[in-house]
Ligand binder design. Sequence first.
Ligand code: UTP
Length: 294
Amino acid sequence: MTKIKKAVIPVAGYGTGFLPATKAQPKELLPIVDKPIIQFTVEEAIASGIEEIVIITGRHKRPVEDHFDSNPELEENLMRKNKEDLLAKVQETTMTDLFFVRQPYPLGLADALRYAKPFIGDEPFALLLADNIFEGEEPVTKQLIDVYSEHEVSVIAALEETKDKVDQYGIIALQEDAPLGDGTLYPIDSLIEKPQQDQAPSNIAVAGRYILTPDIFDVIDRMTPNKQGKYDLTEAINTLNKTQRVFAKEIQADRFDVGNKLGFMEMAIHYGLSHPETDTELRSYIINLAEQLD
Ligand code: UTP
């Protein structure tokens, strides 16, 4: 069986949800305390056993490449000032083998994946969307890789959401069949992108992590753009599901949706409370603030 060792992280979107902050800098470099969003994603992929990562960028996303490159002047400066801790943190970011390819126009996630095809070849691969950061015992991508290792199927990370949030996510219609294995793996009937509350078939949401077979590339090659001129991944996966079964895996982790403002702030607080430089004072600040709030 093919081992999953390659991952795709697309970052070529406009990040309109954070304007004007993302007018001149990529959304994926917004910091959670002192670590940019994309670094959490890359770290999850590596912790899951991924060996090679391709990042799909765009012309306004060059700083993402720079973040993972060396910075000799800065490193020399930190060395001269004996700031070894900071130097180690800076150098850690260059230790991963990353590949970059550009998506010329942000025409949707399925279109972004098209540019990963020469890198992925004929292997199953992981797809990670940086908008989601997870906290849990085992990396979410690893949880999906374990499913692939056992069943050799495409699999999507799934999490139950409250009903009022279904219009923010891809929502999964599950098949009636009994779940597989440990009872957390379900065959998918279809995916519906951001449905109205009264039209949602469930409140099980796609959680930004996927294992896909390379057949997805043939599906994307045959796609035509939707009414908005975009190539939706949801539609591509629905088509793939017609010829080979795609599963949803209920994952064990807490999700922070850092692609929206509230989720971003929640993640910053969560991370700040576990950060050695901010934990104690942030905790006191939150306790004091809570006393002043109704
Ligand atoms: P989103 O549509 O959620 O993110 O795509 P966005 O376009 O960056 O953000 P908003 O909605 O305008 O705030 C999910 C991920 O897929 C990438 C995005 O960069 C994001 O990380 N993406 C999206 C691409 O790489 N190419 C695309 O054509 C679309």
